[in-house]
Write a protein that binds this ligand. Structure first.
Ligand code: FAD
Length: 462
């Protein structure tokens, strides 16, 4: 057996890379991890965590407004201290960066600082921060380099920012134009609207949130509109120009113009493969640039594996973590006394932190109809108890999709306060194959919005 410096060399210290490195090292493997940025990757630095923190910040605006109906008199109109929010976020993220570093050193993973690239069979070159390039060999190499925002080359695109920039904007944007109707665009629109910006979201398609249940999409769009986000659908940007004083002028393809302080492009993400040296080893990629892998995350190059956003399956942190654990079990065998983990992409729950948020698990109505033919749809929308006094017009949607033949609940969707928290629990039931009869046999927790899921009796449509 040839001698290698490491058993596993991971490129990328994000969700998937850190988890794989730590798990492999805990099983006794000699592990290194190369990272050219801040430890923790997208989720910790410019994704899930800062976004959720800002979503909480935005939520206070609703709370202040709702409080009046409950008898609270707020003496002065609350004002957002953008600098304080940014500083507190930065402090928390720095703490998390430190925790991730500590996880690596604690597990005896050697952290290689710098940009890594494949440099031949079982070999990785890291352009270190000291200016020198270091070569390392490893029995297995794992590419976990994630993704980055994709901005189409419209004239003036360099005047726009991406989600990476939003958390640290030097000045809070009074007027924000968001281009893109995916979950990141919708979340940013809701968050910055809540924080006090005037927000217009531009999307070229018929409806935002492609890929989600159609009824959920329409319901969420309507709630966002009611809250005050302006949605311009079937609309696209022709060009962006800079006006004196820093204003960005967005000209739409129909000739209309919008002036904004910041233009955010949230038009999708692409795999982070630049400068990785994939050609050198003939690592096959899909047309999107995503690295092709088999069910064990092996690429077309012997000894080279890839997972997480860079393989473009489901771009979520828990997915990258689960893939990492499945890979470590595959490479090193399962942990003592445990079965080997395999990645299962069915019933992955997810949330969208719009205001109100979405929680979803299982199939959309359309996908369930295609898969099972005969389905039953149960749905309800209602004014949540809180808003009887707050006066807010926001409504909540709950929806179950049931396979008629087996009575199994195959899709569960919610738009409303705490939808992510609610749906996480129901995801266990769906994973276990719960039937509608078992939902019906479950008592509710009263008074909650979640209880509606176990009291839906009337079939809405088939
Ligand atoms: P990443 O976390 O992106 O890590 C890749 C790492 O590799 C980075 O640290 C990068 O610096 C490093 N790297 C890249 N190339 C090299 C190289 N050549 N050499 C050295 N280092 C390199 N997911 C959720 O589950 N819930 C959410 O609410 C959520 N919200 C999100 C919000 C936003 C705005 C964004 C952008 C993403 C969000 N995601 C969310 C997705 C989630 O962040 C990703 O799915 C997850 O981070 C993917 O992990 P990963 O390990 O594949 O890659």
């Amino acid at each position: 057996m040839p001698h290698h410096d490491f058993d596993l060399l991971v490129i990328g210290g994000g969700s998937g890379g850190v988890r794989a490195a730590r798990m492999a090292a805990q099983r006794g493997a000699r592990v290194a991890l190369a990272e050219h940025g801040r430890m923790g990757g997208t989720c910790v630095n410019v994704g899930c965590i800062p976004k959720k923190l800002y979503s909480y910040a935005a939520g206070f605006a609703e709370d202040f407004a709702d409080a009046a109906g409950f008898g609270w008199r707020i003496a002065q109109p609350p004002v957002l201290d953008w600098a304080a929010l940014k500083a507190n976020r930065a402090q928390e993220i720095a703490r998390l960066n430190g925790i991730y570093e500590g996880l690596m050193t604690g597990a005896q993973v050697r952290v290689l600082r710098g940009h890594a690239r494949l440099a031949g069979g079982h070999t990785v070159e890291v352009a270190g921060e000291d200016g020198a390039t270091h070569r390392h060999t490893a029995r297995a190499i794992l590419i976990a380099t994630g993704g980055r925002p994709f901005v189409p080359p419209v004239p003036g695109h360099e005047l726009a920012v991406t989600s990476d920039d939003m958390f640290d904007l030097p000045v809070f944007p009074r007027r924000l134009v968001v281009v893109g109707g995916g979950y990141i665009g919708c979340e940013m629109a809701s968050i910055f609207h809540g924080l006090g910006a005037e927000v217009t979201l531009i999307y070229r398609g018929e409806q935002v949130l492609r890929g989600f249940d159609d009824e959920v999409r329409a319901f969420t769009a309507e709630e966002m509109r009611k809250a005050g986000v302006q949605l311009r659908l079937r609309s696209d940007v022709a060009r962006i120009d800079a006006l004196p004083g820093g204003t960005r002028r967005v000209t739409l393809q129909d000739g209309a113009t919008l002036d904004a302080d910041v233009v955010l492009y949230a038009t999708g993400r692409q795999p982070n493969v630049a400068g990785l040296g994939l050609d050198a080893l003939d690592v096959r990629q899909q047309a999107s640039g995503a690295i092709e892998v088999d069910e064990h995350f092996a690429t077309s190059a012997p000894g080279v594996y890839a997972l997480g956003d860079v393989v473009g399956r489901m771009e979520l942190t828990p997915v990258a973590l689960a893939e990492a654990m499945a890979l470590v079990d595959h490479l090193l065998g399962p942990a003592p006394g445990r079965p080997a983990r395999r990645m299962d992409y069915a019933h992955i729950p997810t949330a969208v932190f719009t205001h109100p948020p979405i929680g979803t698990v299982g199939l959309t109505e359309q996908a369930a109809r295609e898969k099972f033919g005969a389905i039953r749809v149960y749905r309800g929308d209602f004014k949540p108890l809180k808003h009887t006094l707050s006066g807010r017009a926001e409504r909540t949607l709950v929806k179950l999709i049931v396979d008629d033949a087996s009575d199994r609940v195959v899709g569960l969707h919610m738009v409303g306060a705490d939808a992510g928290e609610v749906v996480q629990g129901f995801a266990v039931a769906l994973k276990c194959g719960a039937t509608k009869a078992q939902f019906d046999a479950t008592l509710g927790i009263h008074p909650t919005s979640a209880e509606e899921f176990v009291t839906l009796r009337e079939v809405t449509r088939r």
